[in-house]
Design a binder for this molecule. Structure first.
Ligand SMILES: Nc1ncnc2c1ncn2[C@@H]1O[C@H](COP(=O)(O)OP(=O)(O)OP(=O)(O)O)[C@@H](O)[C@H]1O
Ligand SMILES: [Mg+2]
Length: 262
């Protein structure tokens, strides 16, 4: 196993082919999508269309009724999920939470402490290792959660509205943190959000989904992804308009839904 503080396995390619997922025989998603190793793809779509369902199928938590979801040609064992609500063990300190994940991954006892501290350092929590989750802010708990997830050396990060419960400032900090973690590890990221700006700030490509069953309506490719200051460019506003129109989130914009797809 590679050193936890160092570079990990690069991101794996994801391939969904005719992937059909249903609850009680009611179809909720049907997707064909290829994601390159190391790419950040954001899923945007109406509430209840099936975004979380797609992530759960990728993580192997749900059995599809048809099609395939492959990670580098195999099963989804290399995927790790990050949820909106952190799932930390409240009776363990931040460091012990990360150490526990390292233990489950087979890291030797003697190395766990140093590796946990290195991971906490990476997510900006240097010095907070001995805090219990209850003594940390929401943003800090999400950082611990990210450190714990990185401990499992995932090749695909599945993130389901991970920053949805955070205030705007903390959310912006977490977006920057995710980009810096991604720059280091080049993990493939499949990210669900309702926030069009967040999608525009993070994504290489934004996948717009239809109402249930979630099908791909269009894919927006970002020309210069994650460029500093991009949010102040006219292109950013144009993209936002295009996406909101495509999602029909604004009745007036929806009526003018003729912006060209890219
Ligand atoms: N465990 C379940 N049993 C039955 N139906 C479910 C279950 N979980 C989700 N569904 C249904 O499947 C559909 C898709 O749900 P999903 O949670 O994937 O949507 P979503 O796009 O993530 O929505 P949101 O944006 O609100 O999080 C919804 O109509 C939902 O009611
Ligand atoms: Mg959801």
């Amino acid at each position: 196993m590679a050193a936890q503080g160092g570079a990990m396995n690069a991101g794996a390619a994801v391939r969904m082919r005719g992937l059909r997922i249903a609850y009680d025989e009611i179809l909720t998603a049907e997707v064909d999508l290829d994601i390159a190793g190391g790419e950040i793809v954001v899923l945007l779509g109406p509430s209840g269309c099936g975004k979380s369902t797609i992530l759960r199928a990728m993580a192997g938590l749900l059995e599809p009724v048809g099609g395939t979801a492959e990670v580098d040609g195999g099963s989804g064992e290399q995927c790790a999920m990050v949820f909106q609500e952190d799932a930390l063990l409240p009776w363990r300190t931040a460091r012990k939470n990360v150490e526990f994940a390292l233990k489950l991954c087979g890291v030797r006892r003697g190395r766990r402490r140093a590796e946990a501290l290195a991971l906490l350092d990476q997510v900006g929590l240097d010095g907070f290792g001995d805090h219990l989750p209850g003594a940390l802010s929401g943003g800090m708990r999400q950082r611990v959660q990210l450190a714990r997830t990185l401990a499992t050396q995932p090749r695909v990060l599945l993130m389901d509205e991970p920053f949805g419960a955070l205030d705007a400032q903390t959310r912006a900090d977490m977006q920057r943190l995710l980009i810096s973690v991604w720059q280091r590890h080049r993990t493939t990221v499949l990210f669900v959000t309702h926030d069009v700006d967040e999608a525009l700030l993070l994504a290489d490509r934004i996948v717009l989904l239809t109402p249930r069953p979630a099908r791909i309506q269009r894919i927006v490719t970002i020309d210069n992804p994650r460029a500093p200051g991009a949010r102040f460019e006219p292109e950013f506003a144009r993209r936002r308009y295009e996406i909101l129109a495509a999602l029909g989130e604004d009745a007036e914009l929806g009526a003018a839904n003729t912006v060209e797809a890219s």
